[in-house]
Ligand binder design. Structure first.
Ligand SMILES: NC(=O)c1ccc[n+]([C@@H]2O[C@H](COP(=O)([O-])OP(=O)(O)OC[C@H]3O[C@@H](n4cnc5c(N)ncnc54)[C@H](O)[C@@H]3O)[C@@H](O)[C@H]2O)c1
Length: 337
């Protein structure tokens, strides 16, 4: 079996998470790493001996042995890895979201949509069995015509401190971009094309002792489907992540902790089980094995030329929505797409 050689840009949390899952595959080997912080690269090689440390993103992407480029640097740095990566024409997997700013997005969108080789984006939830089951039940008409939807992504145990790039709104985009990119992507998948969005957000106010963030947004999708999105990084309080899609014949709820449920018109709940063609645990959450499935699929796509579950189209559509939400929160205006 052919082994795909992989180079990773950014040896932090996600760089290590992907490397760990790649090490379990029989058809992939991480051979090169670049991190702006030499200590991070050295720690990575300590865990994965034999991996070559490169001195720049350019050196890594142009190394002849690197056949798949994985970009796991912070969001605001994705562009500086993506541009040299795309110049090589090699397969690319970039963590979500595509980038931080509208300016970077305007530059990157045409490049990734015309990219001739694999471009995959890290919308890991697309690899969740719960999402596959939701998609199947919606396609079968289980709830009839969709009328409205809600997303709740509340994190009451946010541990990051000031100084971490995640707590810098200018670098991460806060919950509107970092967290909701996943859910905006799923909303786009289930509801179609967004027409408008209005958002109110805290945007990581610097005068708080501990970093906190919150957004409440309302979107309208084509056909008049209304969607409400609530997302936060808070200190204290409960944590939960779920999405409910309401239709004329009932509702479907997809929850990180409880899998998929169908609610009939009377409100009675039926737990839905994965069936043929859908493997894995419906309760797979962010720490579950969606990441392993995701990177294994990306490797397979790079080896076979198959399309990824989340590529340029999904990256662009989710970014368009998130940037609209950010613009609305910053201006107080409804943003129309
Ligand atoms: N798919 C998911 O569920 C998920 C989860 C967490 C993070 N992410 C995304 O993954 C990306 C990385 O997040 P993380 O949690 O691993 O961050 P992290 O801070 O843990 O790691 C980032 C690493 O990149 C290095 N780095 C910083 N600037 C760099 C540059 N210019 N070039 C090369 N390396 C650089 C840092 O030294 C650090 O080692 C972000 O875009 C984030 O939004 C995705």
């Amino acid at each position: 079996m052919k082994t795909l050689n992989i180079g990773i840009i950014g040896a932090g949390r996600m760089g290590n998470a992907h490397a760990e899952n790649l090490a379990k595959l029989g058809n992939a080997a991480v051979t090169a790493v670049y991190d702006i912080d030499p200590a991070k690269a050295a720690a990575f090689v300590g865990k994965y001996p034999g991996v070559a440390v490169k001195n720049s993103a350019e050196e890594l992407v142009n190394a002849p042995e690197v056949e798949l480029i994985v970009i796991t640097s912070p969001t605001y740095c994705h562009k500086e890895g993506l541009l040299p990566a795309m110049a090589t024409g090699k397969p690319i997997f970039c963590e979500k979201p595509l980038c931080r700013t509208q300016e970077d997005f305007d530059e990157l969108a045409p490049l990734i949509s015309s990219y001739k080789n694999l471009f995959a984006i890290g919308f890991v939830r697309r690899y969740s069995p719960g999402v596959a089951l939701m998609e199947k039940l919606l396609a079968e008409g289980r709830i009839g015509k969709i009328v409205c939807s809600s997303v709740c992504c509340i994190f009451g145990a946010f541990k990051r401190e000031w100084g971490d790039w995640f707590t810098d709104y200018g670098k991460s985009g806060g919950v509107m971009l970092d967290m909701l990119a996943h859910h905006c992507d799923l909303q786009n998948k289930f509801l179609g094309k967004p027409v408008s969005v209005y958002a109110q957000a805290m945007r990581l106010p610097k005068d708080l002792e501990k970093p906190r963030d919150y957004v409440s947004a309302t979107a309208v999708y084509e056909g008049g489907v209304i969607s409400n999105l609530e997302c936060s990084w808070l200190r204290g309080g409960p944590s939960d992540t779920y999405m409910t899609v309401y239709g004329e014949k009932g509702a479907l709820k997809l929850s990180d902790s409880a899998g998929v449920s169908f609610f009939d018109i009377g409100g009675a709940e039926t737990k839905m089980e994965a069936d043929e063609g859908i493997t894995g645990h419906l309760q797979d959450d962010i720490s579950g094995n969606m990441y392993a499935t995701e990177i294994a699929t990306v490797v397979d796509c790079a080896l076979t030329g198959k399309p990824p579950k989340a590529g340029a189209k999904e990256a662009i559509e989710a970014m368009t929505f998130c940037q609209g939400m950010i613009r609305s929160a910053e201006t107080g205006e409804v943003v129309r797409f």
